[in-house]
Design a protein around this ligand. Structure first.
Ligand code: HEC
Ligand code: HEC
Ligand code: HEC
Ligand code: HEC
Ligand code: HEC
Ligand code: HEC
Ligand code: HEC
Ligand code: HEC
Ligand code: HEC
Ligand code: HEC
Length: 334
């Protein structure tokens, strides 16, 4: 009992500690105070156009320049939804009397956007937790690109994720650099249920959206495939073919042993493994008869120790039993 109690208190302490750790930067984004210009009230976009004509004309063509009042459920439209009330600034022409985004902390910048854009997973996203704001990816005034991005995906992402940029240059890669996919095909930069991935439940569901042929249930499953595709595959790029984290057979040997045959050498007509002459057809301990060997002594070894999927080619699962009896049909060979 005593022991259990001390464990319990240890766990409680741990929980308290991790809470403190989280609290360090995880102020919920919506409890960040909304920036405002004290004493200023709204005056309407027409007033801004008097002095910022060019900005107003260009802005009118963007999505925020075209939103209708009903779309924002009472939060209004126009310049002042982001820049705050303009009455003082219109009088003073002082840039200090209007909300300028450059002057705000990144949490405050995002706070303004979150008023209208409820982003459920933003609070838990690595971007928010690492002080990245909406405006490090988005730009509100022209010339902003598609989805108001300052730089398109993936170029915008590369400016911070250079390690990933390097990985997509590896020989085996998702066709990102060919322009057929982008980071947002797999990631939600605003956060998600599962580590920023575009899936609600499991990492595998993301992969199976596009690679449906790997989806079971199969009669003969392969445990790691069910568990997590990234046990074997590197999603961004790999040196080995097929986005494998390591080449065969090494990737397999992390969990499996070589077949016991793999250590055997094929039988050579004239010599045994020590090079001593033996009579033809004689079975030497530790060797296999000629019928099993593939013409050269070492070739038998080689066949079993290079690419496991030569034989186990239904590595992601199969509905057909493998033929050999001792394996109970589970060997994924057809
Ligand atoms: C009477 C002229 C005038 C009116 C009207 C006016 N502004 Fe300005 N605004 C200025 C001047 C002058 C500056 C400073 C420009 C500079 O520093 O290059 C400025 C700067 C700004 C800035 C940039 C602040 C910064 O620190 O860089 C923003 C944002 C801004 N105005 C928004 C607005 C909005 C929104 C309205 C309408 C509510 C508005 N302005 C109406 C004259 C005006
Ligand atoms: C959806 C939010 C939003 C709205 C609406 C908006 N702005 Fe901005 N504004 C920004 C942001 C964010 C910046 C910082 C630069 C950027 O993202 O383009 C900015 C920058 C500015 C600047 C500073 C110059 C610069 O490029 O840094 C001026 C001036 C300005 N806005 C005026 C206006 C006027 C006038 C309107 C209305 C016609 C308006 N803004 C509407 C978000 C907004
Ligand atoms: C007053 C409410 C309001 C504010 C504040 C606001 N937005 Fe929006 N925004 C909208 C509406 C409405 C739309 C159009 C409907 C939609 O796509 O949700 C929109 C659309 C967008 C889009 C989609 C563009 C596209 O091409 O699909 C982006 C990106 C965006 N906003 C980013 C921002 C950012 C970043 C901020 C803060 C600087 C911001 N918004 C502030 C209301 C707002
Ligand atoms: C790390 C970069 C990044 C950050 C930070 C970011 N966005 Fe985005 N946002 C994107 C990309 C990329 C897209 C386009 C997604 C796509 O094409 O599927 C996008 C799309 C959007 C859209 C269009 C609707 C949608 O989901 O496709 C809105 C609205 C939006 N962002 C608002 C915001 C707001 C508000 C914030 C801050 C709270 C924010 N974004 C922060 C990169 C970012
Ligand atoms: C302004 C810099 C910046 C930009 C631009 C940026 N990121 Fe990030 N991102 C970070 C930081 C900082 C982290 C947290 C530390 C890390 O993992 O490197 C992060 C983390 C991530 C993660 C890990 C998420 C998790 O929950 O584990 C993903 C995925 C990601 N970013 C995707 C993107 C995508 C996609 C884009 C482009 C649309 C993008 N980022 C643009 C700075 C940035
Ligand atoms: C085919 C889907 C896919 C594509 C496309 C993709 N990612 Fe990922 N990304 C993943 C998966 C899966 C993870 C691993 C998540 C985990 O295990 O936590 C990941 C993890 C990350 C991480 C977290 C750090 C790390 O190295 O594990 C970052 C940052 C990231 N991706 C950025 C990007 C960027 C930037 C792009 C675009 C160049 C991109 N990703 C394209 C699937 C993808
Ligand atoms: C948005 C669709 C999409 C998603 C999601 C996706 N893939 Fe892919 N995947 C592709 C495309 C497209 C190719 C390239 C096919 C081609 O070149 O014929 C590919 C190729 C591959 C390849 C073969 C690479 C090669 O070098 O031949 C592997 C392995 C792979 N994906 C694994 C994964 C894994 C693991 C995930 C989940 C983390 C995933 N994919 C998520 C679209 C996707
Ligand atoms: C036990 C390791 C392992 C796991 C886990 C795994 N794979 Fe593979 N995958 C491989 C190997 C090995 C190859 C190369 C097969 C070959 O050469 O026949 C491959 C090839 C692929 C290919 C490209 C060739 C093809 O058959 O289209 C895709 C796509 C793929 N895997 C998707 C997935 C997906 C999706 C998952 C998760 C559901 C997954 N893999 C899990 C080992 C694995
Ligand atoms: C992360 C560990 C892991 C990796 C990597 C892995 N496997 Fe497996 N494999 C397993 C597990 C666990 C089982 C299920 C064993 C059981 O049910 O007794 C299994 C089952 C098998 C089976 C069926 C045998 C049986 O008795 O069920 C074959 C064949 C197999 N793996 C081949 C491979 C090959 C080939 C590779 C490399 C491409 C590989 N495995 C990579 C863990 C792994
Ligand atoms: C020349 C073909 C061939 C090669 C190469 C091969 N295997 Fe096999 N393997 C088989 C056959 C056939 C069986 C089925 C034996 C049985 O059913 O008893 C089997 C069975 C297995 C089993 C199940 C063993 C058991 O006792 O149930 C595992 C695990 C396995 N192989 C892993 C591997 C790994 C890992 C590699 C690569 C290092 C590999 N195999 C290379 C043909 C091969």
């Amino acid at each position: 009992m005593k022991k259990r109690l001390s464990w319990l208190s240890f766990l409680l302490l741990l929980a308290a500690f991790t809470n403190i750790q989280c609290a360090k930067h995880a102020v919920p984004p919506t409890s960040v105070s909304m920036p405002e210009v004290k004493g200023a009230v709204n005056v309407g976009d027409q007033a801004c156009a008097d002095c910022h004509e060019e900005a107003c004309n260009a802005f009118a063509k963007t999505i925020h320049g075209r939103i209708a009042p009903f779309e924002t459920a009472g939060l209004g439209t126009g310049c002042e939804t982001c820049h705050g009330g303009g009455s003082l600034h219109v009088e003073s022409e002082d840039p200090g009397d209007i909300i300028a985004f450059e002057e705000l902390t990144s949490a405050q910048q995002s706070r303004i956007c979150l008023d209208c854009h409820t982003m459920f997973h933003w609070a838990g996203s690595e971007h928010y937790l690492n002080d990245v704001s909406c405006l490090q990816c988005h730009k509100m005034h022209p010339p902003a690109g598609k989805k108001l991005l300052a730089k398109s995906d993936p170029e915008g992402c590369y400016s911070c994720h250079m390690d990933i940029q390097a990985k997509v240059q590896y020989p085996s890669h998702h066709p990102i650099r060919e322009g057929k996919m982008d980071c947002s095909d797999c990631h939600n930069p605003h956060g998600s249920m599962v580590r920023g991935l575009k899936t609600d439940e499991r990492l595998n569901d993301l992969c199976l959206n596009c690679h449906a042929s790997k989806q079971g249930p199969f009669v003969f499953e392969h445990a790691p495939v069910l568990e997590d595709c990234t046990i074997c595959h590197a999603p961004h790029g790999a040196i080995a073919n097929n986005l494998l984290k390591q080449n065969e057979p090494f990737i397999c040997l992390q969990c499996h042993e070589f077949h016991f045959h793999a250590g055997k050498v094929g039988y050579d007509k004239s010599t045994d493994s020590a090079g001593t002459a033996v009579s033809a057809g004689y079975y030497v301990t530790g060797q296999y008869p000629e019928a099993f060997s593939l013409s050269k002594r070492s070739s038998f070894k080689r066949a079993w120790t290079t690419k496991c999927t030569q034989c186990h080619f239904k590595i992601h699962g199969s509905d057909l039993p493998s033929q050999a009896v001792p394996g109970q049909g589970k060997a994924l060979t057809r």
